[in-house]
Design a protein around this ligand. Structure first.
Ligand code: KG4
Length: 330
């Protein structure tokens, strides 16, 4: 008999439905992610009601596919993990209720997972030698926060955004410029086409603001600039917006690394898929910091990170009962 521990993870906190089977917390056997972008793009953002319904329609099929692709049956599972917070309540409930059904019918432990912690775990799925501690930057459409991660389940939040998340700023600026949704990849592509690479917006926040972030001022600055200069080149506006937005992320990451004398930095969440962010991070290394960024599929919402993190709770016996609930907050 094999000593392998195989678990299934389910994720539905926002606009991606995902099911994944992971072995021993670090080997992905399958990872199905179904994006709802096409359903939400006409609204330039996620519509909670549409999101929950779409999760409900897709989750059973994704569970079946993930088991089939992993070459296993329900009877081979040792645990089921689901994201329970933070996120859209109606959406979170879909993964959790499915996980409860699997837990009950297969008589296996249920593990509720924090979405932010799961994102910070994502790089472990590709790197078996990723040692603690590290500075973790989580930067997505719903979150922008910096952590000191000392171990699984042991992390301190060092700072977070006081208003919009960085991905949210990308999405809002894209909406204002009428470019499409989600804004991140569209703005990144457009910014790459800027010929003059101008500096149109001032640096965000100062060192007195500790390790916090703020993005609503930049969004307003873009709007004011466009009102004053309606015939500006959108490529240049996209370029300057992106440089300003990313500069704050990079500045904060290195401030935290130096403050805590930690040389390992991991960046996770949808915005971590940005090529220019990767470039600026490596340009700014001055004392041999190691920068780890998961591959794009593991940067955005996915259930592999949920199943992987769930494994560690399972082996520590930190399991939940069927009465656990979801929460919008972290
Ligand atoms: O982590 P994620 O899939 O979902 C949550 O927000 O939870 O992140 C989605 C966010 C969106 O705001 C999107 O515009 C942004 O990540 N994003 C990017 C890029 N790809 C996705 N932002 C900047 N550059 C990108 N290449």
């Amino acid at each position: 008999m094999s000593d392998d521990i195989i678990g299934i993870g389910l994720e539905s906190s926002c606009d991606e439905t995902s099911a994944s089977v992971v072995k021993n917390g670090n080997t992905i056997l399958s990872n199905y992610v179904s994006s709802q972008i096409d359903l939400h793009k006409e609204y330039y953002g996620v519509v909670p009601e549409i999101a929950s319904r779409a999760h409900l329609e897709r989750i059973n099929e994704l569970i079946e596919l993930s088991l089939k692709d992993a070459g296993i049956r329900f009877a081979d599972l040792s645990y089921v993990a689901a994201t329970i917070r933070p996120g859209l309540v109606g959406s979170l409930l879909i993964a959790l209720q499915s996980a409860k059904a699997i837990s009950y019918t297969c008589s296996i432990p249920l593990i509720g997972v924090n979405h932010l912690e799961a994102h910070l775990y994502a790089p472990h799925l590709e790197n078996n030698t990723l040692y603690f501690p590290y500075i973790g930057l989580l930067v997505s459409g719903g979150n922008t926060a910096l952590f000191n991660v000392e171990g699984i389940g042991h992390y301190t939040i060092l700072g977070r955004t006081v208003d919009d998340a960085a991905g949210e700023a990308y999405d809002k600026v894209s909406k204002y410029l009428d470019l499409g949704y989600p804004g991140g990849p569209i703005i990144e592509k457009l910014a790459n086409k800027s010929l003059s690479k101008p500096k149109l917006f001032s640096k965000l926040m100062t060192d007195k603001d500790d390790l916090r972030f703020s993005y609503s001022g930049l969004k307003t600055a873009v709007i004011h600039y466009m009102q004053k200069n309606p015939i500006s080149v959108k490529e240049d506006v996209a370029y300057s917006f992106q440089e300003t937005a990313l500069e704050l992320l990079v500045r904060r990451v290195f401030e935290a690394a130096r403050k805590f004398s930690i040389k390992r930095i991991i960046v996770a969440g949808g915005v971590a898929a940005n090529g220019r962010l990767r470039e600026i991070l490596s340009e700014n290394k001055i004392s041999g910091e190691e920068i780890v960024i998961p591959s794009p599929l593991l940067c955005t919402d996915n259930a592999a990170m949920v199943a992987g993190l769930g494994y560690h709770y399972f082996i520590k016996g930190m399991v939940d009962n069927l009465s656990i609930d979801v929460s919008a907050r972290s």
